[in-house]
Design a binder for this molecule. Structure first.
Ligand code: NAP
Length: 516
């Protein structure tokens, strides 16, 4: 049997019945399949008249939920009154009624023989602390099902992103047994459970109407589910890519890669992975479904040791920002697209130079100063050296500058020394630290006074688009190269490794410019 499509449900957490009616209309207008009426969120509520009015005029199938405080909801009255209201929802023909596992037996006694066929009973269990083992989840699902649930609902909490894989396993097992299940994992580490449930066969996923209208921690908006992740197009064969980082919530990469995949008709989705331990994450998500990863702070260096094979340049740099699972044997292969992205952007930033028509890089023989010795610093230093530049590394932790300079054959400076360093005019500067990044937009790694010795200044920081460093460098007469250019180019390199297709450059540029 082909798995049925996962439904998209908008929860309404409105405070008044009128607002709830408005939410139902808004949910219908954004393309929801179902709306959940969270009666416990209403501050004043006349069950018979309000519920009847809401259900009579519903523009979409509705789930009636009246969640008590003891299960994470807002209702703090007695259960008898609450279950009477749920009974009323059944009598009024609500499409779905949700009742908590702990009182399900009591409710089933109350409705015995009175549940019309077309009212589906969701029996739900919420764990706000953790996600149990696969075995415990399976036992819980079996107990819920044995009570007579039409739909089993199990919601847990992700303390680590690997917790979500147990929920995926539960959903797959339930699918095999043809048991409809809603299986979701709360909090930011659980976001992939909300996006990927159509791939594994979850019955339904929730998306908030707007930010601030979430009914559970970690819930994203319906608009993100539909327009960024395109859950309607996700199915069992959809490949999963994503960005591994900590933090990762601010990343624009999901917008960029999902839109780029769509534009070339590539059946894939790109998600954010908030990862604490890279090695455990990669061991957990080791199936061919998880086809490739972008790596960002703080995992780029650990990624070198977590891959089965590393491209020689990425190995020399000591940082991997792209991991591909090789389809033939499942091995993880690491690459670095940062260095090509940054170096080609700087080459293009040198007046009168065009990378495509030149045999020798304009960086050859130039003095190239890199501030920073982390992942991006290593990529820039290695790339500049490979193009024949004389490389200087300046870093807050001098020892790291020294280490990198020794590795690539350059010289190291302290940040203080850099202020008065100008053995020649027309030098090239690349900031690869986070200095000047939003919200610390008034910070800068080098004084305006010192900048006058540089002909080209690049800043890896791209929030804001024009950092203080770039503004002052421009005022001092240098050509400036934005970190956005590096961002676009490294993403194009990743796209090509992920898909084997040419990156849609103008589309990717438009998306990055629109979203920053
Ligand atoms: P990383 O590996 O953590 O390295 C951070 C570097 O910045 C280290 O050298 C660190 O010095 C230095 N640093 C951090 N805070 C500092 C401060 N307050 N004062 C002085 N130095 C400081 O990070 P990364 O991956 O290289 O990323 C660095 C920056 O580049 C980030 O802002 C990132 O967003 C940006 N980036 C941009 C792109 C792009 O596409 N445009 C790509 C990659 C990275 P210590 O050694 O002393 O700790």
């Amino acid at each position: 049997m082909a798995p049925s499509k996962t439904l998209f449900c908008v929860p309404s957490v409105a405070k008044t019945p009128d607002e709830m009616a408005g939410d139902m209309a808004a949910a219908a207008s954004i393309g929801a399949d179902v709306v959940e009426l969270r009666l416990d969120c209403l501050s004043s509520f006349q069950p018979r008249s309000d519920l009847e009015r809401l259900l009579t005029n519903r523009p979409l199938p509705a789930i009636v939920t009246y969640r008590p405080k003891w299960e994470g909801g807002e209702y703090d009255g007695d259960d008898e009154t609450r279950l009477e209201v749920l009974l009323l929802a059944v009598q009024l023909g609500s499409d779905y009624v949700d009742v908590e596992f702990k009182v399900a037996e009591k409710f089933l006694n109350l409705i015995s023989g009175k549940k019309p066929e077309n009212v589906k009973l969701i029996i739900s269990s919420h764990n706000y602390e953790m996600t149990p083992s696969v075995e415990e989840l399976g036992n819980l699902a079996a107990s819920i099902q044995s009570l007579g649930a039409d739909i089993v609902k199990i919601v847990t909490t992700a303390n680590d992103i690997s917790d979500v894989s147990r929920m995926f396993q539960l959903i797959v097992h339930s699918q095999e047994k043809q048991v409809p299940i809603i299986g979701l994992v709360m909090k930011e580490r659980g976001i992939i459970s909300r996006v990927l449930c159509p791939k594994f066969g979850g019955y339904l996923t929730f998306g908030a109407l707007n930010k601030g209208k979430e009914s559970a921690p970690g819930q994203i908006t319906g608009s993100e589910l539909l327009n960024v992740y395109r859950i309607r197009e996700i199915g069992p064969d959809t490949k999963v890519f994503g960005i591994i980082g900590k933090p990762v919530g601010h990343s624009k990469s999901p917008n960029l890669h999902n839109e780029a995949f769509r534009s070339v008709g590539f059946n894939a989705v790109y998600v954010p992975y908030l990862v604490d331990d890279l090695s455990s994450f990669l061991n957990t998500y080791s199936s061919p479904d998880f086809a490739g990863f972008s790596c960002t702070i703080p995992h780029k260096e650990a990624a070198v040791t977590c891959c089965d094979e590393v491209d020689p340049i990425a190995k020399a740099i000591g940082a991997v920002n792209t991991i591909i699972r090789r389809p033939s044997d499942g091995k993880l292969i690491g690459y670095n697209t940062d260095y090509v992205g940054a170096i080609s952007a700087i080459e293009d930033g040198i007046a009168g130079y065009r990378v495509k028509d030149a045999a020798v890089s304009p960086l050859a023989g130039r003095l190239f100063v890199v501030i920073g010795a982390g992942g991006a610093g290593k990529a820039l230093a290695y790339g500049a050296k490979a193009k024949g530049a004389k490389v200087i590394i300046a870093n807050r932790t001098y020892e790291r500058a020294k280490e990198l300079a020794n590795l690539i054959g350059g010289h190291a400076l302290t940040l203080a020394e850099l202020e008065n360093y100008h053995p020649e005019e027309g030098m090239i500067l690349a900031n690869t630290t986070s200095i000047g990044m939003h919200p610390n937009v008034n910070d800068t790694p080098l004084s305006k006074q010192a900048l006058k010795h540089y002909a080209v200044v690049f800043d890896a920081v791209y929030t804001p688009k024009v950092t203080r460093l770039l503004r002052e460098a421009g005022e001092s007469g240098a050509n400036v190269v934005s970190g956005l250019e590096m961002f676009i180019r490294q993403a194009m390199g990743q796209f090509e490794l992920f898909t084997g297709l040419t990156a849609p450059e103008s589309l990717m540029r438009d998306i990055v410019m629109r979203s920053t």
